[in-house]
Write a protein that binds this ligand. Structure first.
Ligand code: ADP
Ligand code: MG
Length: 255
């Protein structure tokens, strides 16, 4: 029997006031899927991740996490998640990695990675520390445990942010342009970590401008245009045989 997707978004609509940003977007990610979201700036990619993580309200459509629909109260612009526990479950199971790393400047790298499992999940400190050190090793900065973010390169900071996301032991990772704040040579070290995670079978939703990475690691690619999915499919089809003029035009500008 087919299992439920880990992430399912059905016909999601989102507006900021009068501005309709998502006009009915549906996306599925099953366990082990790597779904890349591509599209021009302003097409609604970040908004999808923020709605999915319940950082942002949406007006209609459904979001299911692990087969369980988010419960809403209110309608339209008043719609909110109804169940705080469910919100916490979704947020802790969908760890987000941001373009600007968003590490705590006043905490060491190790403290950054340990923070949420200890304070939010109330896990045992010694266990979290062992896991955090292991993850920092895994992303190649095991020697940076005791330094502060400002003392590291952007690529190292982003790898710390990935270790921090992994330390929550989430069911899926959400990346919002994880390499676009980095110089090209630093980009590669972060891409390598993301590739390793893909090879491990992690479920990931990745907003990216990096078409080469999207082609290499995605099981599915979604091209968004002005709040609607214009085209989607396996990377070979999307990149090598795009059907829509808009996607062809987008790709010609971004490769
Ligand atoms: P992308 O990530 O694809 O570049 P976004 O999801 O960030 O696009 O934004 C989609 C649209 O929503 C853009 O027109 C943007 O200006 C608008 N937008 C994003 N966040 C807000 C906000 N907090 N308030 C009002 N408009 C917003
Ligand atoms: Mg964005």
């Amino acid at each position: 029997m087919a299992t439920d997707p880990v992430i399912e978004i059905r016909e999601l609509h989102k507006a900021y006031g009068q501005l309709e940003v998502l006009k009915g977007v549906s996306i599925n990610a099953h366990k082990g899927d790597v779904v890349s979201l591509i599209g021009s700036s302003g097409s609604g990619k970040s908004t999808i991740l923020r709605c999915l993580n319940l950082l942002e309200d949406s007006q209609s459509g459904e979001i299911l996490f692990d087969g369980e629909p988010i419960a809403w109260k209110g309608e339209g612009h008043n719609r909110r998640p109804a169940d705080g526990k469910q919100v916490l479950r979704v947020r802790t199971n969908l760890s987000m990695v941001f373009q600007q790393f968003n590490l705590w400047a006043h905490l060491t790298v190790l403290e950054n990675v340990m923070e949420a499992p200890v304070t939010v999940l109330r896990q045992d400190k010694a266990e979290v520390e062992a896991r955090a050190r292991g993850l920092l090793d895994k992303v190649g900065i095991g020697d940076k445990c005791d330094v502060y973010p400002a003392q590291m390169s952007g690529g190292q900071q982003q790898r710390a942010a990935i270790a921090r996301a992994l330390c929550m032991e989430p069911q899926a990772l959400l990346f919002d342009e994880p390499t676009s704040a980095l110089d090209p040579e630093l980009e590669q070290e972060v891409i390598k970590v993301i590739k390793d995670l893909a090879a491990e079978g992690r479920t990931m939703l990745i907003v990216t401008h990096d078409m080469r990475m999207a082609r290499d690691i995605s099981s599915h690619v979604v091209f968004l245009h002005q709040g609607l999915i214009e085209e989607q499919g396996p990377p070979e089809t999307l990149f090598d045989a795009p059907r829509s003029d808009r996607l062809r035009q987008f790709l010609s500008h971004s490769q």
